[in-house]
Design a protein around this ligand. Structure first.
Ligand SMILES: [Zn+2]
Length: 435
C-alpha cells in the first residue's frame, strides 16, 4: 500500500499549473487510479478569468539618462501602466514606519514579502505609483532559481490595484547598489479565461447518508515546482483513503474532492462550494490535506472550528498515537472556501524545519519524499475520516468562531467573502443540570 501511494506520487510529480495540459493529465491519471479502487469519479469543469502579464519592464534611470534594465515579472491581476509605461521616483521601503510612509508619494517602491491588506492600504493612502517585491533568497544563483509568479490577491483589490512586479532578491541588491532616484517601468496585462476541473467521488454512507463529510486536496502545482510535497502528496493520500473506504464502508456520506487551480486563488474549492449550495447545507465538516510526505518536518493540523473541536482532535491524536501539533487558524488552502460558507474544517499539513523545505520552488520534487511518512499521514487520514463518518453524534459542532470569521473576511476581502453576509454563529453549549 505504502509503495503504491509513493508510486502514484512519483507518477504525478511534474509541474501541473492551473489550466495547463499537465494539470489535466494529472487529473486523468488520478481518475484512472480512483476507478481501479472501484469508485466512479466525476469531473466537474469550471473556468475563471485573470489578467496575466504580457510585457513587464523595469529599469533604473541613471544620472546621464542611460538605463540599467532588470529582469522582472508582472504580478498577475495587478494594474497595467499602459503601453507607454511610466517614470517615477524610487524609494526602498524598508518598513511600514511613519517616516518611510511620508516619503513615498508618487514613488515606485521596493518592498519585501507579500502585502497584508492593512499594509497595502497604507501604501495606497501614501500614494505609491507602483511596487516591486522580492522573490527567493540572497543565496540564489540565476541558474538555480526561478522568478516566482505572484498574484495580486483578492483582499488587496478592495483598495484598487497598482502596477506591481517581482524581482529576484539577488537582483534587488544590484538595483539598490545603483542608489536609484528614478525608475522607468512598464506593465501590460491581458485577460485570459482558464479552464480547470475538480474530481469528485461520492462514497455513499449507510444509515446517516444524508450527512456529508468532505475530504479534499488540491492536485495542481505552481510553476517550476514539481508539486510532490505541495500537494501531490495530499492528492494521492485521498486516493489511498478511497481504496480503504471501498473495503470499510462508513455511516455518513463522504465526498472526496481533488481540487484544480488551488495555487491561483483557491479556484477549484470556490467553484465547488458555489456549484453545490445543497451539499454545503448537509456538510458537517471538511477535512483538507495540503502539503505532506517529506522526510523532514512536523505534522500540522490547522483547525478552523470551535474549542470543542480542538479538544476532540487532541484526544484523538493521543488515542491514535499520531505525532502532530494543532493550531486554531485559518489555513490558506481549499478548506478556507468551506469555512467561508460556514463549514468547520480540519486541515492536515506539514511544516518544514528552517532550511529544510522550499515550497513553491523547483526544490519541491521527489528528493525529500519518504514512503513511510506518506503511509503514516494516509493512515491518520483514514483513522480521522472513519471516526468522524461513523460517530453516533457528529463530534464537531457546525460553528465558526467570531475571531475566525473576521480572519476569513479579511482573507477573501469584503467583496468576495460569502461569510460576510451570513449571521454570526453561536456555539451551542450543553444545558446545565437542574435539581
Ligand atoms: Zn498547496
Amino acid at each position: 500500500m505504502a509503495k503504491k501511494t509513493y508510486e502514484r506520487l512519483a507518477a504525478i510529480s511534474y509541474s501541473r499549473t492551473s489550466g495547463s495540459p499537465e494539470e489535466r493529465k494529472a487529473l486523468k491519471y488520478l481518475a484512472g487510479e480512483i476507478k481501479k479502487t472501484g469508485f466512479d469519479p466525476v469531473i466537474e469543469e469550471f473556468t475563471y478569468t485573470r489578467k496575466v502579464p504580457k510585457e513587464a519592464f523595469l529599469a533604473v534611470v541613471n544620472d546621464d539618462g542611460s538605463e540599467t534594465v532588470f529582469t522582472v515579472t508582472g504580478v498577475i491581476d495587478s494594474a497595467s501602466t499602459g503601453a507607454k509605461g511610466k517614470t517615477a521616483g524610487f524609494y526602498y521601503l524598508r518598513s511600514f514606519d511613519e517616516v518611510s510612509l511620508s516619503r513615498i508619494r508618487d514613488k515606485f517602491v521596493l518592498i519585501h514579502d507579500r502585502l497584508s491588506p492593512e499594509e497595502y492600504d497604507r501604501l495606497k493612502k501614501a500614494g505609491i505609483a507602483g511596487y516591486v517585491t522580492t522573490s527567493g533568497t540572497i543565496r540564489d544563483t540565476y541558474e538555480n532559481s526561478d522568478l516566482e509568479t505572484v498574484r495580486f490577491r483578492e483582499n488587496l483589490k478592495d483598495y484598487g490595484a497598482v502596477p506591481a512586479f517581482t524581482i529576484r532578491m539577488i537582483e534587488a541588491v544590484e538595483l539598490l547598489k545603483l542608489r536609484p532616484e528614478k525608475v522607468r517601468f512598464k506593465l501590460t496585462l491581458k485577460e485570459e479565461t482558464v479552464k480547470s476541473a475538480n474530481l469528485v467521488v461520492t462514497v455513499e454512507g449507510s444509515d446517516l447518508k444524508d450527512e456529508i463529510l468532505t475530504v479534499g486536496a488540491h492536485y495542481d502545482s505552481v510553476p517550476f515546482s514539481l508539486g510532490s510535497w505541495d500537494n501531490g502528496a495530499g492528492a494521492v493520500e485521498v486516493v489511498s483513503l478511497l481504496e480503504y473506504l471501498k473495503k470499510h464502508p462508513v455511516r455518513r456520506t463522504i465526498k472526496a474532492v481533488l481540487f484544480g487551480s488551488e495555487e491561483t486563488g483557491l479556484r477549484g474549492s470556490r467553484a465547488y462550494t458555489d456549484a453545490h449550495p445543497d451539499l454545503n447545507e448537509k456538510t458537517k465538516a471538511m477535512i483538507n490535506i495540503d502539503v505532506g510526505g517529506s522526510i523532514l518536518g512536523k505534522e500540522l493540523i490547522f483547525l478552523a472550528a470551535g474549542d470543542e473541536t480542538e479538544s476532540w482532535i487532541r484526544g484523538l491524536l493521543k488515542e491514535a498515537g499520531y505525532e502532530a501539533v494543532t493550531v486554531k487558524k485559518l489555513m490558506s488552502s481549499d478548506s478556507a472556501n468551506f469555512n467561508d460558507v460556514g463549514i468547520p474544517s480540519i486541515s492536515l499539513g506539514q511544516g518544514a524545519p528552517r532550511g529544510g523545505g522550499y515550497m513553491h520552488t523547483r526544490y519541491d520534487n521527489m528528493d525529500l519524499i519518504d514512503e513511510n511518512v506518506l503511509e503514516r499521514e494516509a493512515g491518520f487520514l483514514k483513522y480521522l475520516t472513519q471516526r468522524l463518518a461513523d460517530s453516533e453524534v457528529f463530534p464537531i459542532p457546525r460553528f465558526i468562531p467570531e475571531q475566525l470569521r473576521k480572519e476569513i473576511i479579511s482573507y477573501f476581502g469584503k467583496n468576495l467573502s460569502r461569510i460576510a453576509s451570513l449571521p454570526a454563529a453561536q456555539e451551542e453549549k450543553p444545558l446545565p443540570f437542574r435539581f
